[in-house]
Design a protein around this ligand. Structure first.
Ligand code: FES
Length: 238
């Protein structure tokens, strides 16, 4: 048992703080974490305070008697800055995005009270990819969580998607002779095709299936239903 913001949390051997919190029904903000895949530890949204040190809850193993703090003014502020940085690094025009209302980045921005950009937008112009018959890739919305890469490798057993480049040049890439998604064996049936938490990997058909106001995060803020995800039809994470 450990304490999360004063609440007792039971855990199983091998659980991270984030896994244990989620199983107990407590939400710790996250973007690159998914319970079905190995933790990536890159987005830093899940950073919590343990004994005065900040650690990523998705990679830090749960331990007996730990006192963990997640819901503090300092952590909310640092999460807000991270979200504002992600908005500045990509082109996230929520009102016209197919995933508006179902997007974890947008939902977290609302949840953390983001009202403005804070950082000057980089306005990237990365190469878009419409080469696949059923999928479209908007590179400028990629938040580099590598969930598609992990899903493709660990569950689809294809390794189609990967992160290439370094630093500011890091971008989503595809393992094919010409670097295009259409030249891979990616399919709409792949888990990777449905796992993007934002609007980077999109089906070419069937977008805007729900009217505004009826989407996953339209009615209920993400922190009260953070264990639901659109890639699972809004069902609870296991
Ligand atoms: Fe832990 Fe992204 S969810 S670093």
């Amino acid at each position: 048992m450990f304490q999360l913001d004063g609440n007792p949390i039971a855990f199983s051997k091998g659980d991270s703080i984030l896994q244990a919190a989620h199983k107990a029904g407590y939400y710790i903000p996250h973007l690159c974490f998914h319970p079905d895949f190995k933790a990536h530890g890159s987005c830093r949204l899940c950073v919590v305070d343990v004994k005065g040190k900040t650690v990523s809850a998705c990679t830090q193993p749960a331990e007996d008697k730990l006192e963990v703090y997640s819901d503090t003014a300092e952590l909310r502020q640092s999460r807000l800055r991270l979200i504002q940085l992600l908005f500045a690094e990509g082109n996230h025009y929520c009102p016209s995005c197919e995933v508006s209302g179902n997007c974890q980045l947008q939902a977290l921005a609302y949840d953390l009270g983001m009202t403005h950009y804070h950082y000057d937008p980089f306005s990237p112009l990365r190469q878009q990819d419409g080469s696949h018959s059923q999928l479209f890739i908007d590179q400028d919305r990629c938040i580099q969580c590598d969930l598609c890469g992990r899903a493709s490798q660990e569950q689809d057993l294809k390794s189609v998607y990967l992160l290439a480049g370094r630093g500011q040049d890091t971008h989503l890439a595809f393992r094919s002779h010409n670097g295009q998604l259409g030249s891979t064996n990616a399919s709409m049936d792949d888990r990777a095709a449905h796992i993007c938490p934002v609007g980077c990997i999109l089906p070419k058909a069937g977008n805007y299936p729900d009217i505004a106001g009826e989407r996953l995060y339209d009615k209920i803020p993400i922190h009260t239903q953070g264990n639901h995800r659109r890639d699972e039809g809004g069902q609870d994470e296991p």
